[in-house]
Design a protein around this ligand. Structure first.
Ligand code: ADP
Ligand code: MG
Length: 307
């Protein structure tokens, strides 16, 4: 009986992450996979020194862009989103296959612009487009599946955060949609390479669902909690604190690092990168916000979810 009821449940009742969790339990994890469903990219065997990374991201009209967004911007975002996931594992992007669903009335000029946008950013990050699929669809939809590689010792997953770790982000947060940063962001590959080769974060994720939601993913997998210092969170132009906490698609990296290393990272003033320390990982579960006056309050856990 319970089972029949479960089958009638709508995905909107499960939520995006409840749904993914059920899919994960259903499909399991191949024994050879180092990491299957649950991180920014799957981690698979490649050679004695490296792992293969594999990620997929789907963009649809009306959700990830509008019918006013230029083809070039759509293509750019499609590839950049996947590169960002590879970066979040500490890896370098290599090859992509692109599947596209088009209305029959779509002009070639639009398709050409999409691929121009994809090629430009792919080239910049050393990624090649090597295939895909084309179908008819009621709305424009693009799926990018990308492989990358990471030195075994450079791999950073979501599950390594330890109590006492310091929490950092690579740039300003909030109002990504309003400010159209979600179309212009630069995937933080260079920052991630710098971090994994010199500091080795314990956990990392790219912020696509929002700071609190994505920190939540790290903490759930690491079985820890966190305190975020409100006054330390870098805000994008025009963004309020709540935008920085809950808006999606900032595509900055969020990472945690042992305290001893974090001093060194914070003191590297000469570097070209910005790393903002925004809080600390705690043994106590849940996310707490520390107000500028030093008062602690429980954070509401929410962010962007598709259902
Ligand atoms: P991200 O925001 O980093 O792209 P997602 O939140 O989309 O990550 O996905 C989280 C995890 O769930 C990833 O490991 C992803 O591969 C997996 N995932 C998402 N949707 C599905 C699906 N429909 N089937 C199998 N795995 C999925
Ligand atoms: Mg991600």
């Amino acid at each position: 009986m319970a089972r029949r009821i479960a089958h009638k449940e709508k995905v909107s009742a499960l939520g995006e992450f409840g749904l993914i969790d059920r899919v994960r339990k259903l499909v399991g994890n191949p024994a050879s996979a180092i990491c299957g469903i649950g991180d920014d990219a799957a981690v698979l065997p490649l050679d004695p020194k490296k792992y293969l990374l594999l990620t997929a991201d789907m963009l649809t009209e009306g959700v990830h862009f509008t019918n006013k967004t230029s083809g070039e911007a759509i293509g750019r975002k499609a590839i950049a989103s996947s590169i960002s996931d590879i970066a979040a594992m500490g890896g370098l992007p290599r090859y992509a296959v692109v599947s596209i669903g088009l209305k029959p009335s779509t002009s070639w000029a639009k398709v050409e612009a999409i691929y121009r946008g994809m090629r430009k950013i792919a080239k910049k990050f050393g990624t090649g487009i090597v295939g895909g699929d084309t179908v008819r669809h009621a709305k424009l939809v693009i799926n990018v599946a990308m492989i990358g590689e990471v030195g075994k010792k450079h791999l950073v997953r979501r599950n390594g955060a330890r109590p006492g770790d310091q929490i950092f982000v690579t740039g300003g947060l909030g109002r990504s949609l309003a400010g159209e940063r979600h179309l212009r962001f630069i995937p933080r590959v260079d920052q991630a390479q710098y971090l994994v080769s010199r500091f080795k974060p314990n956990a990392m994720i790219d912020i696509s669902d929002g700071l609190v939601a994505d920190l939540g993913h790290i903490l759930a997998q690491s079985r820890t909690g966190a305190v975020l210092e409100e006054a330390s969170i870098p805000l994008n132009k025009g963004a309020r604190l709540k935008d920085a906490l809950y808006d999606g698609e900032d595509f900055e990296l969020l990472f945690t690092m042992a305290k001893s290393k974090s001093w060194r990272l914070q003191n590297q003033r000469k570097g070209k990168f910005m790393f903002h320390r925004i809080g600390e990982v705690t043994k106590r579960r849940g996310i707490q916000l520390m107000t500028p006056a030093g008062r602690l309050k429980k954070a509401v856990i929410k962010g962007y979810t598709h259902f």
